[in-house]
Design a protein around this ligand. Sequence first.
Ligand SMILES: Cc1cc2nc3c(=O)[nH]c(=O)nc-3n(C[C@H](O)[C@H](O)[C@H](O)COP(=O)(O)O)c2cc1C
Length: 177
Amino acid sequence: MDVLDAIKKRVAVRYFEEKPVPEEVLKTLAWAAHKAPTGGNTPYRRVMVINDEETVEMVKKVSPGFLSNAKTLMLIYTDLDIAYKGLGRLGRDICSIIDAGAAAENVALAALNFGLGTCFTKSYSEAGVKEILDIPENYRTEVMLQIGYPRKDMPPPLKAKPNARITYLNKHGQLWM
Ligand SMILES: Cc1cc2nc3c(=O)[nH]c(=O)nc-3n(C[C@H](O)[C@H](O)[C@H](O)COP(=O)(O)O)c2cc1C
């Protein structure tokens, strides 16, 4: 799929078919996540695929923003010690978060290639998710993706709000598009 087509097509999907996502496809999506840039080339990013039914249900219970019936999740998280050792506070507090967003968008776009839809998810209990998934103290979860095959009869995606796409040229205030 052409990258611009994928960007155009990506929307938050919250209605999925029951069909499971093959593990080979999930491995490609994990690869896409790791292909995103990292600040200072510091190896702090971790990716976890969650497709065990019981575990997904437990995560859902601590995640108000997990609104769909997705059976697969992908979590992008950070080893804070490695981030701090590599880049100090810039790595731990800023770059790792920016890069998790880049990784998540890579996954969202790559998913379209397989007919899959995704939904970024941040509304969840950090403590709850870490406990369910056995994630140690020195890690921070960044973003989770709900993943699945979109239902054909899902409601239409939200439209961008007015003034959501303001772009300036050369100087702040010099409206370009
Ligand atoms: C950082 C971030 C966190 C988000 N968290 C949630 C969430 O917890 N639950 C949810 O249903 N959608 C979540 N979304 C999806 C947004 O609601 C969605 O992207 C936005 O409404 C725009 O719609 P679109 O993605 O279809 O363009 C999140 C998106 C981002 C970027």
